[in-house]
Design a protein around this ligand. Sequence first.
Ligand SMILES: C[S@@+](CC[C@H](N)C(=O)[O-])C[C@H]1O[C@@H](n2cnc3c(N)ncnc32)[C@H](O)[C@@H]1O
Length: 225
Amino acid sequence: MNGRDETLRYHQEFYSRHALDEPGTWLHKPSKLVLRALDQLPEGPVTVYDLGAGVGRHTLPIAAAVPEGSRVIGVDFLPLANEKLLQNAAEAGVEVEAVQADLEEFKLPAETADLVVGISALEHVSNLEAFEDLLRRMQDGTKPGGLHCLEVFYDRYEIEMTGVVRPALVEFPLTGEELDDVINRLYASWTRIEEKRGTGTVEEARNGEPYKLMGSNLRLLARKP
Ligand SMILES: C[S@@+](CC[C@H](N)C(=O)[O-])C[C@H]1O[C@@H](n2cnc3c(N)ncnc32)[C@H](O)[C@@H]1O
């Protein structure tokens, strides 16, 4: 199994078993950074992209907060995520668009986005060059004065229940140094409104064997000049 197949398998199973807002899962609550990003949006209708949107943990609160006439577009490569995103939006009485696409090549129309959200998703591309290319496409698709709200995991590893540590089965092993280098170059002229580092643990299972996926994360809210 390679990292891409594992990402597909994990999310397919996870979304089949767990509902949006379910306590005890990472679907329980949206990231507060995304909610704070909403306070920074301009008045009037806006265009927001949620990349790797999943089942709408952030897409839905965004759609509920933006004024009529706005577009909120969730992008995910998993058909089940798109289906559940639309279903959850209908139940919540909000309007979103669901696009099935791979972030590896997804291109936003030039300078159209007021906000691009990418929470725990952008690192799911094939290698460091593809990650940098994705960030550049996101930047090109953002209006001057528009926002990026990102959470990116790096230095990831797995711990088996026996305590054995092993490399994480992910698309590519993004390191903290590599992430810093890309962010410092690409966001040099952007205003960094918030930038925080933390750590995260997700309890998962593969082939019936439980393990913990651990790593560090960067949370960044930045404004394009
Ligand atoms: C950890 S989940 C996060 C979902 C959502 N952002 C949230 O915070 O609830 C990662 C999501 O990214 C999607 N994803 C992973 N790799 C992707 C890719 N290359 N292109 C599009 N979507 C991808 C997965 O299907 C999954 O829904």
